[in-house]
Ligand binder design. Structure first.
Ligand SMILES: O=C(O)Cc1cc(O)ccc1O
Ligand SMILES: [Fe+2]
Length: 458
């Protein structure tokens, strides 16, 4: 169910709509009328353009926003390499990742209470490169401290799709405030500066960074004009600003390295903005689930919330797919996911509850799994046993659960941190899940010594 019974302070006000043209002003009259860059913008503000696509991108893809701010973003010292190492982020690189066909599963990642959001980012998997704006990166975060009140961060590498698993993220962005709780997601597009504090204690979760393009809503095809994640349920912040002449540090993630620069004014000084390039959040409880009401288990693409398309229609660099609570009613059907091998790779996480393909207990909230290109997988043996014998009455599954998948057309590499340093890889994943699967093959008895081409194994 959507999050409804939660009162939020007024600073968290939102405007609704996915890639809708929004305009918002924290001070009435701060937006110029009928022009973007007048000789003197209202109230002595500077006009600044933020481009999320090429200037010349076609209109339906073009993502730009005009900001009206107290001091331009350019007013900072030169960036220098950030000397402090962030284990699992700096020092890891997409080029050094290993590609292996093994099915991988991770125990839950622990919360590190000693670090803030920025210092908690761990690159676990990915493919491509931010330098060529290709592919994606997958990160784990777990933090127990607010970011310093005068630190701000941005990634030049791509769009962050943040999946909180534990705790509340208070995200102050240049374009306004966003509060994100587990079962909600936040997208912070490339370049937007923000600061994360933790109003409710430690946090943990997953991030998909799209180095290429931007997230879109999937096509609905024969589903029609509504369904899945509905456009109006995406929420963008309203303009909020502060004016502060103190010493600030700015951190930039640039090809997965960190750089820092200094400035003497708050980066959160945008008084008004208008455009279609902005951060937003979405409550996964609002997802309208479509499913089979006759027979067979459908492809999980029916659960796609957002897609990061490649240049090939229907093939994603990264799909964000969820497995919400839903009714299963199919007749004469093996209802959990089938056994399969997929040309796409599948990285999965669990926000809370359980996942219907893995009842054996090894896939736990805050853990993860990776089934790479053509790596065979499917229900574990206990799930197979249960689902092949259960009475097929209508059944609600996943109450209180939310699993998700980052699905990519690319072969995903795994970082040194992901494979070794984190010490969470389960060595018994195959044994626990599939190696014990038994043969149930009972061919009909041969009549007159004829028929059947089966050879007997010796
Ligand atoms: O492997 C998985 O658990 C994810 C998945 C779910 C499903 O319902 C169908 C295919 C699929 O890859
Ligand atoms: Fe799968």
């Amino acid at each position: 169910m959507p999050i409804t019974a939660f009162t939020v302070p007024e600073k968290y006000s939102y405007q609704n709509g996915f890639q809708s043209y929004h305009e918002t002003e924290a001070v009435k009259g701060a937006l110029p009328i009928g022009a973007n860059s007048p000789q003197k913008p209202p109230y002595g503000l500077y006009a600044e353009k933020l481009s999320g696509t090429a200037f010349t991108a076609p209109r339906h893809e073009n993502l730009q926003t005009w900001l009206y701010r107290i001091i331009p973003a350019a007013a900072h010292s030169q960036f220098v390499s950030y000397e402090r190492q962030i284990p699992g982020l700096t020092g890891e690189s997409l080029e050094d990742m290993v590609q292996i066909p093994n099915q991988l599963r991770w125990d839950p990642f622990e919360i590190d209470e000693n670090v803030d959001w920025l210092h908690s980012l761990k690159l676990i998997s990915g493919s491509g490169s931010p330098t060529t704006k290709t592919g994606l990166g997958i990160y784990i975060f777990s933090a127990g401290k607010d970011m310093d009140p005068r630190h701000a961060f941005y990634s030049a590498d791509g769009d962050f799709l943040i999946v909180p698993q534990h705790g509340v993220l208070d995200i102050q962005t240049e374009l306004g405030h966003i509060l994100a709780r587990p079962n909600e997601i936040v997208v912070i597009p490339r370049g937007i500066r923000y600061r994360v504090s933790l109003p409710d204690g430690p946090v943990r979760g997953y991030i998909l960074e799209l180095y290429q393009g931007h997230f879109q809503l999937p096509e609905l095809g024969p589903i029609g004009s509504n369904g899945l994640a509905n456009t109006r349920d995406f929420q963008a912040p309203v303009a909020a600003y502060e004016e502060e002449a103190n010493a600030w540090s700015l951190y930039a993630k640039f090809n997965n390295n960190l750089f820092t620069a200094q400035q003497n004014h708050s980066p959160f000084d945008v008084v008004a903005w208008h455009g279609v390039y902005y951060p937003y959040k979405y409550d996964l409880g609002r997802f309208n689930v479509i499913g089979s009401t006759s027979f067979d288990h459908p492809d999980p693409s029916i659960y796609t919330v957002l897609t990061g398309p490649s240049d090939h229609l229907g093939t994603a660099i990264a799909d964000f797919v969820i497995f919400p609570p839903r009714w299963l009613v199919q007749e004469d059907t093996f209802r959990p996911p089938w056994y399969h091998r997929n040309t796409m790779s599948e990285f999965m996480g669990l926000i809370h509850g359980d996942y219907d393909a893995k009842t054996g207990g090894g896939f736990r909230p805050a853990g993860a799994s990776l089934h790479n290109v053509m790596s065979a997988h499917g229900p574990d043996s206990s799930t197979h046993e249960g689902a092949s014998n259960s009475e097929l009455v209508p059944r609600k599954i996943g109450a209180g659960s939310m699993a998700f998948m980052f699905e990519s057309c690319l072969m995903l590499g795994v970082s040194r941190w992901g494979l070794k340093t984190c010490e969470k890889v389960q060595s018994d994943y195959n044994d626990e899940s599939w190696v014990g699967l038994k043969s149930h093959f009972r061919p009909p008895k041969e009549e007159n010594g004829k028929g059947g081409g089966a050879s007997k194994a010796v």
